[in-house]
Design a binder for this molecule. Sequence first.
Ligand code: ADP
Ligand code: MG
Length: 247
Amino acid sequence: MAIIEVSQLTKSYGTLDVLKQISFDVHKNDVIALIGPSGSGKSTMLRSLVHLEQINGGSIRIAGEALVQDGVYSKPQEIKRMTSRMGMVFQHFNLFPHLTVQENLELAPKVVKGESASDIRKRSSELLDKVGLSGRATYYPAKLSGGQKQRVAIARALMMNPEILLFDEPTSALDPELTGEVLQVMRKLAEEHMTMIVVTHEMGFAREVANRVIFIDQGEIVESGSPEQIFTHPQHERTKAFLNRSL
Ligand code: ADP
Ligand code: MG
């Protein structure tokens, strides 16, 4: 069964149609690379999945439940429950600057309650270890490099035990020498069969790690398929032109 089903999704800002009849499915353990030019609607697509944007029409189903069906949203409580199955990692990290690394990780689980502080601490320690930052628990974000900040953001997203992780250009704000350490963590998550949608300009990563690539241009899915299909045998002129500019 698809864990995310998007069908006929439309989204506009005023008169600007940003997403036009978008349909795709995500299955468990998929790693989907969402690629396309700047302004094509990639961020809007991810943000719609976690209800940071409201769509105008179409449906989004999460594990078979309608977040929104034919443009009609479920009740806020149900939306919250469904979106809590997903974690999001942003281009600009979005860490809380006044909280330490550890506090950044522990804030959301503590707000949700129902879990002991010691269990939360155990998990934050494990996840910092997983992203290679066990020595940085008491640091403030300002003291970290961009690559370290993004690894903290990934650990923070994992604190809520999401079934799906969404990444919006996680390495685009980083100096080139720091992208590798972030991609390495993402590669490890993929190997552990985390279900992921990754908006990225890292074509090497998309090719190696994704099992499916979706190319979006001007709010439409132009083409989707295996990395081999998209990168080696693109069918559409728009895909070819984009790849020629990106590779
Ligand atoms: P991408 O992530 O592919 O670069 P976005 O989803 O950010 O594209 O944006 C798609 C289009 O929607 C762009 O033309 C952008 O200017 C526009 N857009 C994005 N957010 C807003 C907003 N809050 N208000 C108005 N227009 C927006
Ligand atoms: Mg974007």
